[in-house]
Design a protein. Structure first.
Length: 179
């Protein structure tokens, strides 16, 4: 057996240190960047999958919305609204009063305001005050909207009547007319 010199262990330690340094260098320059890159790629794939799923959901929603829009456009096209002229004001006021009477409401005050000139139409605000029961008033408003689609309610106030029976109400009706 060959005898080992006492300096051989220095060579072994130097070899081990060189191997450790080479391994660490290889780890930090080749292996770790590859692992980081793979982890980043996996994150990107997961993000892509999530986004693709979101795109599919939004596409389905968009398709439904487009179908709903088309149906609404068809419905609007079928419901051509023709506006009366301001010269029909007295007939309109009489028709609304008649509707209130048929609805068992007592109309107190009916005050037309000044006409407002808009680019494509005119509008007239009419103030109403009256008394009745809540169910009759609700039915009146429903029939008003059905019978006169060229009107809208700008303000509405209803409160219990001072007498304790029924309600007192006032509302601003806007009537849209042609120019």
């Amino acid at each position: 057996m060959a005898s080992k010199s006492p300096t051989d262990w220095h060579i072994h330690i130097a070899g081990l240190a060189a191997c450790a340094a080479l391994s660490a260098g290889l780890w930090f320059t080749v292996v770790q960047p590859q692992l980081d890159q793979r982890a980043h790629a996996a994150d990107l794939r997961a993000d892509l999958s999530t986004r693709q799923q979101k795109v599919e959901e939004l596409s389905a929603t968009l398709s439904g919305d487009r179908a709903q829009l088309a149906a609404l456009k068809d419905e609007l096209g079928a419901k051509e609204l023709s506006l009366d002229g301001m010269d029909k004001l007295n007939q309109r006021l009489a028709a609304i009063s008649e509707l209130a009477t048929r609805s068992s409401l007592s109309m107190g005050k009916e005050t037309p305001g000044a006409a407002t000139d808009e680019p494509h139409y005119k509008s007239l605000q009419i103030h109403y005050e009256g008394k009745g029961t809540y169910p009759n008033f609700a039915a009146f408003l429903h029939q008003l909207r059905t019978m006169f689609p060229d009107t809208s309610i700008a303000t509405l106030e209803a409160r219990g009547a001072a007498s304790g029976s029924g309600i007192e109400f006032n509302f601003e009706l806007i009537w849209y007319t042609h120019k």
